[in-house]
Every structure is written in structure tokens, then in C-alpha cells.
Design a protein around this ligand. Structure first.
Ligand code: PRT
Ligand code: MG
Length: 213
């Protein structure tokens, strides 16, 4: 099996921006994942397959070697607690910012501030660094609703255009991190399948470098 690789790609916006990158590498999907129900997709290269999965599952598949390569947001990687992943490349796609936000017309906070987020670890570290006591409440989506319905004072979430915050009467309060998608590589595969992986990583690095200038 040293001659085959699987690339795990986050679905959603990362997938949309990954397909042109793969095309530049000469890797083209044989099926349209929006039409096919197959979870593992063949490409024009017989030894390379692509699987499109939940963003938060990408590091898990790659760490355990079920996929040799993965493409995931830095937000997901920062939140992930495993540590045996190589992260050789910032792909510069699906860029956004991790922000602290709250209601524009917020009432003064009298108690420990409550924060809703799906990024529990990032949020805990952020407030620990500032020495501030907060109560963190985990949500799985639509964080913006938290302050609107009085579940929390603040949210920690990703912001791109800022339209979602604005539409819900929220403003940014602090910038926590710049986010973009990264290439991650399984550590064992990096040794065992180096002949196959190295050229892909190098070519991707060239493509990213050229698209920056
Ligand atoms: O199911 P789940 O929501 O977990 O994932 P998904 O399949 O819906 O994927 P998707 O498309 O949400 O993409 C997730 C990944 O894209 C994240 O892990 C980030 O690395 C990256 N990314 C880049 C973003 C955004 N930009 C972004 N703006 N992910 C989410 N958003 C959301 C944000 O949470 C907020 O609700 O977009 C909204 C804000 O956008 P603006 O433009 O209104 O500011
Ligand atoms: Mg989403």
C-alpha cells in the first residue's frame, strides 16, 4: 500500500477552494461529489483518492493514517488536541479571522462573562492568557444567536465579511487569530510514502508561493 494515498478534504468552502488547487497539481475528481453519494472519490490518477468529510474530522483521519494528507482550517487544527500531525504548508485558502464579538448595544456585564463558541479549547486558552475568568458554553452552530437570545454576553467565532455579525447586531471586540487552511500530513506516511508525498507537497508549496505574489 506504499503506492496509494488518500487526501481528506473538509467539505464546504474549503472543498470549493481546494478543487482548483488539486487541478493545478493535475489531480481531477472523476465524480462530482455534489451528485455522487460515494464517500471516497476516484481521481484521474489511479493511486490518489479524495474523501470529503466534516472539517473537524480531517485531523482525526490524518493522525490515525486513514488518510495520508488532509486539508483543514487552522481553527480546526488549533482546536484539535492530537499532536502527531505534520503541518508543512499554509495553503492561504478559506481565509477568515477568529474574533471575540458581542452585542453592539450590550448592557454592562455584572457577573462572570458568558461566552458561546464551538472552539472550547481556543476560547479557554485565549481567556487564560488574559487572566480573565469566563464561563464557556459549547454550541455546534449559529454562535451569533447566543448574545441575541441572552444565552451569553460574547461569542468566539470566525468572521469573514462581517455580514453575519452585522445582521445580528453584533460587533467585534478583539482579534484572536488569523485563519486559513493548512495541509496536514500523517507522520508515519511522511516516512513510508515519502516518494509519493514529497513531490505533491513541493508542488503545492510552489503553487501557493506563486499565487501569493
Ligand atoms: O458543518 P460545519 O459548519 O462544521 O462545517 P461546514 O461543512 O459548513 O463547512 P464551512 O463551509 O462552514 O467551512 C468551515 C471551515 O471554513 C472553517 O473550519 C474555516 O477554516 C473556514 N472558514 C473560512 C469559515 C469562514 N471562513 C466563515 N466565515 N468557516 C465558517 N465561517 C462562518 C462563521 O462561522 C460565521 O457563521 O461564516 C459566518 C461569518 O461569515 P461572514 O462573511 O458573514 O463574516
Ligand atoms: Mg458551516
Amino acid at each position: 500500500m506504499t503506492d496509494k494515498i488518500t487526501i481528506a478534504v473538509s467539505k464546504g468552502r474549503i472543498y470549493d477552494e481546494t478543487i482548483p488547487l488539486l487541478a493545478k497539481l493535475g489531480i481531477v475528481l472523476k465524480d462530482d461529489p455534489k451528485k455522487s453519494r460515494k464517500l471516497i472519490l476516484d481521481t484521474n490518477q489511479s493511486n490518489i483518492k479524495v474523501t470529503i468529510i466534516r472539517a473537524t474530522d480531517v485531523p482525526t483521519y490524518v493522525e490515525h493514517g486513514a488518510a495520508e494528507l488532509g486539508i483543514a482550517g487552522k481553527d480546526v487544527l488549533m482546536e484539535y488536541s492530537g499532536d502527531s500531525l505534520y503541518e508543512p504548508l499554509n495553503l492561504g485558502i478559506a481565509k477568515c479571522r477568529m474574533m471575540l464579538a458581542g452585542l453592539k448595544d450590550a448592557k454592562p456585564i455584572i457577573d462572570r462573562p458568558r461566552v458561546v463558541t464551538k472552539y472550547i479549547n481556543i476560547t479557554r486558552n485565549y481567556f487564560a492568557d488574559r487572566g480573565q475568568q469566563v464561563e464557556i458554553i459549547k454550541l455546534y452552530g449559529s454562535m451569533e444567536l447566543g448574545p441575541v437570545l441572552g444565552l451569553s454576553d460574547w461569542i468566539v467565532d470566525l468572521v469573514d465579511t462581517g455580514n453575519t455579525l452585522k445582521a445580528n447586531g453584533l460587533i467585534t471586540l478583539d482579534h484572536i487569530a488569523d485563519i486559513s487552511s493548512r495541509l496536514v500530513v500523517n507522520k508515519a506516511a511522511m516516512k513510508m510514502k515519502n516518494k509519493l508525498l514529497k513531490p505533491i507537497i513541493n508542488q503545492l508549496a510552489d503553487i501557493v508561493e506563486n499565487s501569493e505574489s
